[in-house]
Design a protein. Sequence first.
Length: 309
Amino acid sequence: MGSNWEDFYANLPAPRDLDNSIELLKKFTERQGPSVRGIVLVTSGGTTVPLEHNTVRFVDNFSAGTRGSVSAEYFLERGYAVIFMFRHKTLEPYSRHFTGQKFLEMLETNEINGKNVVTVLPEHSERISEVLKKYKQALEQEKLLEITFTTVGEYLWLLRAACQALAPLGPRAILYLAAAVSDFYIPPNEMSVHKIPSSGPPNISLQLVPKILKPLVSLWVPRAFVVSFKLETDENLLISKARDALNKYNHNLVIANMLHTRKNKVVMVTKEKSYEITLSNEQIEKGEEIEKYIIDDLIIIYTRFLEAH
Ligand code: 9Z3
């Protein structure tokens, strides 16, 4: 076991609320009328790898969900419907602008006629209102569906369910796989049921998660526009690995990025060419986001793909 994706799913218990997610996905995709430009599945955030069935401990990764949540906003702005499939408690579109105490600092509280009234400080009003309007619009127009996962197993079940919902759309489906998915896991039958005792150093052995991009591209959504991400920490490997993935899975675009520079630089790799998108220092200072440029370019590549179909 471990190399074949069918065995992998057969041995991996489905998440308890999977049927509910399937229903939401079905309703959402069916509700999008003929005028919708396309539906984008954006995956975002990292996955956990539980070490115990009654999970106390797990292996995790760094992903904060910035790439995914920011990209989702730009897709919505460009008229696409978005299924935002994200790791529970990582960043979400719109609310990501107001996280932590930064948000509380935008508010003030006063007592008026014996009642506590909370107001937004005038200097933050424009900004909050701008984001709030976009958020409300996405909800009112029913253009945004959010579904969550935590473990790598939940991610994989949900990904397959989302593909099944998107398959009927053919080339109108875009997959933008920005989540940082674990390459390793502990198969359920090898996992400790209870909390691993601390009486001695644990013997933890991880297995390979099968490469899910393979069945995804060739079987689940064969007519969709598929974008994967490649993350490296060694610059020398980045482009060759991205190109290997493209050749191996035969999808449409790989967006390659380095761990430490991912917010300011990516490389767009298609079958025809590869080129960099970078933010200048001036753009960074202005608070510009690289995802805006990624999405603009992606749409150009996608439009060409549509024309070819
Ligand atoms: C990415 O490369 C994303 O851009 C990041 C975004 C995870 C770096 P943040 O969430 O980070 O904004 O903090 N995602 C894909 C990473 C990945 O695991 N790719 C696999 C690989 O490189 C291929 S599917 O092997």
